[in-house]
Design a protein around this ligand. Sequence first.
Ligand code: CA
Length: 331
Amino acid sequence: MKFILSRMMLSTGLLASAVANASNITLCDTTGCRTGGSVSATSNYAQTKFPIVLAHGMAGFSKIGPIDYWYGIPQDLTANGSTVFVTQMSSFNSSEVRGEQLLNQVQQILAITGAQKVNLIGHSHGAQSIRYVAGLIPTRIASATSVGGPNTGSPVADAISGVTTIPGVGPIAASTLSSIVNGFGALIGMVSGQKYDQDSLAGLASLTTKGAAAFNAKFPAGMPTAANPCGQGAAEVNGVHYYSWGGTSTMTNVLDPVDYALLLTQAAFGGKANDGLVPQCSSHLGMVIRDNYGMNHLDEVNQVFGLVNIFESNPVSVFRQQANRLKVAGL
Ligand code: CA
């Protein structure tokens, strides 16, 4: 009943005006995610029972804005029947600080919509944010989906943080380290235009192997077991359904300048499959939908501006399929 009420509110614009009064959250429609728009779905393929809430990763928004981080994705989900909210957290901060910011926004969304639960989807460091919220208020979370999430950390973060001895790689030469740092800086800078600051160091610390392990000890739900670290995690914990997918490509589109930056980070991985920032196995959480899409870390959210691998499933359709999976599961 409450979900039906929210759809009625949508049609009258009441929900949109309620969202306009809330900070950091944005309701999306088929033309974008501006407040006050009207919903006009063309199918019910992605019409989940509970609203979908998108949580971004480590990036600033001075260039692209919080909406276009998910390039074309909210619009497509909405056109196919989803109610979608985009949230905005600190570009760079610890998993716990960003998680607390998302928790606050999820509580606003629950209050505004009257929905019993929400479906959380987090990209990159957003994976830790959604796991934090699912861990604290599991009865209000239907699902948590990690997309390219560094759930057990990233060797790129290890290298930049000065942890120069990486499993499988050994000590990193200064010249190689400089290449990794430059690649990482270009990767983040290309998207955000942000400069490093104290918060970025906290964010980086959270993404090291050690930092991720400390977070996982507090929020273990959905993580693969220690005995099988590259296996799947529990599909459901405390009523929350956990899913994940990730990519294992770097250069996917010669027109995308970020792809060249991602090549620079490769030295950190010692030849192991990765998406330019996250190792294949680190992306695992709950039910692993697929961990080797021909996508790099930014392709996973259809960046930059839709420049992705034309020989792979389009990232937008992968999100649409996940919404349908949630719908079929009654979520
Ligand atoms: Ca790309």
